[in-house]
Design a protein around this ligand. Structure first.
Ligand code: PGA
Length: 249
């Protein structure tokens, strides 16, 4: 059994706007009383300052959806970990499957981004997950282990400081959730891999992501190695997000 609070992190992706963010964050913050778990929202970079102000004085944590692997300099369009830190960012998603797929991010780049985040005291949420074709070919374990291995190799003993998110690509935004058993099976594989790398593996938060919603959250979160959720679509509606948070006891 793991030894920490559960983490529910919203991933807004490329959604939001000044007015919509205001309403959403206010409603989430208002519903966060007596929350047993840690709650974060990973917002588009231009809205970090806005959400930082809206969350002020509440337990809601702030996250980014990406971070540069570089420290600073001639990298047009990139946002550094130090910049995120300036805005009170505690978490940064790295290696989301949409970035791997649409932006060609490799396992090594993702591992380097995790290292850049850690160097500035930001917790990287390292995403791993297989495509439908990989699952059907029986390669799920091999794929997720390869993806996590890069992060372990690059980050050494700091690996116990990361968050891992298992997000089967076929479950993201499709309404097709992994069953609790399917998810737990992969989480156990990842936990075993972490145990081989660090004596603090039980400390590592391993999230499930992929069509998690108010109806299926409790059964997923009841699994021994599922320590929380990375929530896309359902994090854009305060009521749905709060129901998932309530399920994370
Ligand atoms: P979803 O997205 O909850 O909309 O499936 C999860 C994610 O991509 O992080």
């Amino acid at each position: 059994m793991t030894t920490h609070k559960k983490l529910i992190a919203g991933n807004w992706k490329m959604n939001g706007g000044i007015a919509a963010n205001d309403a959403l964050v206010r409603a989430v913050v208002a519903g966060l009383q007596d929350t047993a778990c840690t709650v974060a929202v990973c917002v588009p970079a231009p809205y970090l300052a806005q959400v930082q102000m809206l969350r002020h004085g509440s337990p809601l944590e702030l996250g980014a959806q990406d971070v540069s692997s570089h420290e600073q300099g001639a990298f047009t369009g990139e946002v550094s970990a130090a910049m995120l830190k300036d805005f009170g960012v505690r978490y940064a998603i790295v290696g989301h499957s949409e970035r791997r797929q649409y932006h060609g991010e490799t396992d090594q780049l993702v591992a380097d981004k995790a290292r850049a985040a850690l160097a500035h005291g930001i917790t990287p949420i390292v995403c791993v997950g297989e495509t439908l074709a990989e699952r059907e070919a029986g390669h799920t374990e091999e794929v997720v282990k390869r993806q996590l291995a890069a992060a372990i190799h690059t980050n050494g003993h700091c690996i116990s400081e990361i968050v891992v998110a298992y997000e089967p690509v076929w479950a993201i935004g499709t309404g097709r959730t992994a069953t609790p058993e399917q998810a737990q099976q992969v989480h156990a594989v990842l936990r075993a891999q972490l145990r081989a790398a660090t004596e603090h593996a039980e400390r590592v938060v391993i999230l499930y992501g992929g069509s998690m919603n108010a109806a299926n959250a409790a059964s997923l979160l009841a699994q021994p190695d599922i320590d929380g959720g990375l929530i896309g679509g359902a994090s854009l509606k305060a009521a749905d997000f709060l129901q998932i948070i309530a399920a994370a006891r």
